[in-house]
Ligand binder design. Structure first.
Ligand code: TEU
Length: 526
């Protein structure tokens, strides 16, 4: 495979720096912790690391409120250390992907501070969306747009003492940039170059389908089509110019594009736009054989015409952890359905998550693994008084928020705070140490051993297409090039294995008659 095409079949590990490992003992994960963890990641066998934002930030939304894209937040380290990390990872054969948040900046970003200072009508305010309000005295927000935090009834406009309102699709501390302004475009291309010059191999684009706004900012109710701020055609021109920058460095993009319309989604993946985008329809898909198969088929069919590889994602820092989700009555993911106290069968969820790991790692395309997924961490219940996620507060306290999937990792079962470092910024639940890396490392039956083995064996599937094999109802079976097969049983009864010469890997024991039990997957050599 051509060197520049590494991303077509890569296993990419998502590092939520704040919770990966705490090198300096202050309770917050940092770049020193990641550098110390590089041998672990190399042993896991991943090709690249995607880092959630590590830039200077007041952390009102876990770093997605960026005050300076060219500086590393002091809680995490500094720029020199980021450069060292990128180089050290590269020496181990691991590439680095950084996260760019183009839709908005922090309200502490120099541009926004200058805009506040400069006052209504100033050129500084043109970099954002400032408007007068409606109503007799401008006391009503300029339009009816809903928050992009699902479940939030909070307005997306905040009024300043000078009477202007400004737009923020997320929190008030995240003012939206005006992408119709050439300075905004130029700045982001410079930021891309800044990180590519430092050896970064790729960029994840946050909220990639939200940047462009209808300049008239019309009410959604009166002008729903084309949508005034989701998936607007202007975006494609922006990403074409980004692509030209990336091509100079052989760097790649992965877009965070949540769009139900698969044809619209694929437009972002045309050859002169983004290389890849996250496949959220697969992530949201329930643990159901027909739905999973349909999701896989739709994904492959939508990517084929544009020549882009699919990505497979089971979880990330925004969604309920896989073992928890699969252990619930509703095994799909939907932001709007999140609730406190949902009953969960973790043993069941874990068995399914193990099978799902083998399923996704056998599919054609790139796979994302979110830190802790390889340890089988469940979603944690965070005591209400420790919740930090703005999604929780903006829902009026009804949504549990996203902190439950962001709890600091357990490294050593016997060490304080399970070896994370200092007193963790989010509490680790009771029993967290039982998931520790050192516990799982030597245990061939652990989730960690399964991930290590699966990532090691994954090249056996090659880069050829997927062919479905005849299988009993409720069983997914497919072959890839080079005679490797994956079989997943989601039926209630055990399934006979198809003819094969060798069993490569199983997510759980076969039954005494050599059949594949429910919620179990195997890799076979045909
Ligand atoms: O997420 C984007 C995001 O949350 C939406 O696009 C999502 O589809 C919608 O909110 C569902 O409620 C990214 C980051 O991953 C997230 O952590 C940040 O909070 C958010 O952007 C704002 O930067």
């Amino acid at each position: 495979m051509a060197q520049q095409d590494w991303w077509r079949s890569a296993v990419i590990y998502q590092v939520y720096v704040r919770s990966f490992a705490d090198g300096d003992g202050d309770g917050t994960g940092d770049l020193a912790g990641v550098r110390a963890g590089l041998p672990y990641l190399a042993e896991l066998g991943v090709d690249a690391l995607w880092f959630n934002p590590w830039y200077l930030s007041p952390m009102k939304d876990g770093g997605y409120d960026v005050a300076d894209y060219r500086a590393v937040d002091p809680a995490f380290g500094n720029l020199a250390e980021a450069e060292k990390l990128i180089a050290e990872a590269r020496e181990l054969g691991i590439r680095t992907i950084v996260d760019i948040v183009p839709n908005h900046v922090s309200d502490r970003h120099p541009w926004f501070r200058a805009a506040l200072q400069a006052g209504p009508g100033s050129p500084e305010r043109e970099l954002f969306h400032f408007r007068r309000g409606r109503g007799r005295r401008g006391e009503l927000p300029p339009n009816d747009w809903p928050s992009q935090f699902v479940g939030s009834a909070e307005p997306v406009w905040t009024r300043l003492p000078d009477g202007d309102w400004y737009l923020h699709l997320f929190t008030p501390e995240q003012p939206d940039l005006n992408w119709a302004h050439p300075v905004v475009r130029q700045e982001h291309e410079d930021i891309l170059r800044f990180w590519f010059e430092r050896g970064v191999a790729g960029v994840r684009i946050d909220s990639a389908a939200l940047l462009a706004k209808d300049p008239a900012l019309p009410d959604l109710a009166s002008a729903p089509d084309p949508h005034p701020f989701v998936d607007r055609d202007e975006l494609h021109d922006i990403y074409r110019s980004w692509r030209a920058v990336a091509d100079e460095y052989d760097a790649v993009f992965v877009g965070e594009v949540w769009l139900p319309d698969t044809e619209r989604f694929a437009r972002y993946l045309r050859p002169d736009e983004l290389h890849t985008a996250f496949n959220f329809s697969f992530l949201s898909c329930p643990w159901d054989p027909e739905r999973l198969r349909a999701s896989i088929d739709t994904t492959l069919a939508e990517h084929a015409p544009v020549g882009a590889p699919a990505t497979w994602v089971l979880c990330n820092h925004d969604v309920t952890r896989t073992v928890t989700r699969y252990g619930r009555e509703d095994t799909g993911f939907d932001f709007a359905a999140k609730a406190f106290g949902t009953p969960t069968d973790l043993a069941l969820g874990t068995r399914r998550a193990r099978a799902a790991a083998l399923l996704t790692l056998a599919l054609p395309g790139a796979v994302y693994v979110y830190q802790g997924e390889e340890l089988g961490l469940p979603e944690a219940d965070i005591p209400r008084d420790r919740i930090e996620d703005p999604m929780h507060f903006r829902s009026g306290g009804t949504d549990p928020g996203r902190d439950g999937c962001r709890v600091p990792l357990p490294w050593a079962a016997g060490a304080p705070h399970a070896g994370f470092g200092g007193e963790p910024w989010l509490p680790q639940p009771a029993g967290w140490a039982s998931y520790a890396v050192d516990r799982q490392s030597g245990d061939p039956a652990s989730m960690l051993s399964l991930y290590r083995e699966a990532i090691r064996l994954r090249p056996a599937f090659g880069d050829g297409p997927l062919t479905w094999l005849p299988a009993p109802e409720g069983v997914l079976a497919f072959a890839r090039a080079q005679g490797s097969l994956c079989v997943v049983n989601l039926a209630d009864t055990p399934a006979d294995l198809p003819p094969h010469s060798r069993l490569l890997l199983a997510s759980g024991p076969l039954d005494p008659r050599g059949r594949l039990p429910k919620d179990t997957a195997v890799w076979l050599h045909g």
